[in-house]
Design a protein around this ligand. Structure first.
Ligand code: SAM
Length: 368
């Protein structure tokens, strides 16, 4: 890993996906589950919900002879394995499960799963494309406003040191203008305080960060943003692989009216949030502007809304079950606990689900 200055997008690309030493691609690495817990790892309920959605897609498409499930950013194939276990034999027999993943195929994986380093060809599959916590790992550039309020690309070295580069221009400047407003939403202006400062507190410009939304204008120094354009393009490519069906991206997200003032770039290692250092030692991630990724037919839901629509909820079992069938009561309590974690509005339930039908058949499948 060199220690030269470059933008965060290039630095993250090398740090996460370098052939021999990338955080995700390093041979023998533990995979995402070794460093953090996604919804997939929390409970089989999540794979069960994806299986339920897949069955709705199957029904809407008229039970095609071959039904695809494309898992983009598949980690170690945990979601596909869980969905295969949750499906009835008749559907599993028609299923073509694809894992799209930059890391190598793990040993011992179900041989039915096709392991691909790239997305399938455009228009080549019919079914459900699902991407859980993929887009937040698509590398992006970071910008910061300098002392004159000019948005400049942040340059970084492999040791995490930052400095400001050239002003942002062209398509990136256009993306920021369209999708990232540092202005407070009118309703939030009088009350909101900063709650989303990045793990890295050192500003590349050295500017001291303003402390309240009310004190800000777009010209304030030290404001930061991530340019989501590579994610918009990656998502559009993923959706295009479908001939017909439904594409879903589930991720931590923010919306235009509520972008964080200082961006969200951060690192994770061994289950803890750490300063983002692009040397391959930690995950580097930033929240996703899912509204910018969304195509014209897309719908945005919270994970809580989506999972409720798929029959997952955290209601406790009736107390009467404890006396009639204590073992079933304890099992049901465990399930309710996992469902509550997956749907907690302050946690995983607050994640965004970008739901994009391709063709008319799969519109409205997540209506409760
Ligand atoms: C945070 S992990 C999520 C893993 C899994 N989906 C889960 O929810 O547990 C993100 C994964 O996306 C993979 N990834 C990132 N960009 C990719 C790309 N362009 N194509 C395929 N996989 C990618 C990474 O290698 C990593 O395994």
């Amino acid at each position: 890993m060199t220690n030269e200055w470059c933008g965060w997008r290039d630095a993250t690309e090398r740090a996460l996906y370098g052939a021999d030493d990338g955080f995700y691609t390093r041979p023998g690495g533990p995979g995402p589950a070794g460093h953090f817990r996604t919804s997939v790892h929390v409970s089989p309920l999540y794979a069960g919900a994806v299986a339920a959605l897949l069955r709705r897609v199957d029904g809407a498409l008229g039970h095609p002879e071959e039904l695809a499930l494309v898992d983009v950013g598949a980690g170690r194939g945990e979601l596909l394995t869980g969905v295969l276990a949750a499906l009835p034999d008749e559907v599993a027999a028609r299923l073509r499960p694809y894992a799209v993943e930059r890391a190598a195929r793990p040993g011992g994986l179900d041989p039915r799963i096709d392991w691909l380093g790239e997305l399938p060809a455009p228009g080549s599959v019919t079914g459900l494309l699902f991407a859980n916590e993929w887009l937040d790992n698509v590398p992006v550039d970071v910008v910061e406003t300098d002392g004159d309020g000019v948005a400049r690309r942040v340059l970084v070295r492999a040791d995490g040191t930052e400095r400001l580069g050239e002003p942002v221009d062209g398509a990136d400047a256009e993306w920021l203008r369209r999708w990232w407003s540092w202005q407070p939403a009118p309703s939030a202006a009088s009350t909101a305080s900063v709650s989303t400062a990045p793990a890295s507190t050192a500003s590349a410009s050295g500017a001291s960060a303003p402390t309240a939304r009310t004190a800000l204008s777009p010209l304030s120094p030290g404001l930061r943003a991530e340019i989501g354009r590579p994610r918009d393009e990656a998502w559009a490519r993923a959706v295009r692989t479908l001939r017909a069906g439904l594409a879903v991206a589930a991720d931590y997200a923010h919306a235009r009216q509520d972008r964080p003032l200082f961006g969200t770039l951060t690192g994770f290692r061994d289950g803890r949030e750490v300063r983002p250092v692009p040397d391959g030692s930690c995950d580097i991630t930033a929240h996703v502007a899912l509204d910018a990724c969304a195509g014209p037919s897309a719908e945005l839901l919270t994970q809580r809304e989506a999972l409720h629509a798929l029959g997952v909820d955290g209601r406790r079992p009736p107390l009467s079950l404890a006396s009639t069938d204590p073992a079933a009561y304890v099992r049901a309590l465990g399930t309710a606990g996992a469902a509550a974690e997956l749907t907690d509005p302050a946690g995983l339930g607050g994640f965004g689900w970008l739901v994009e039908p391709v063709g008319g058949e799969c519109a409205g499948l997540l209506k409760a």
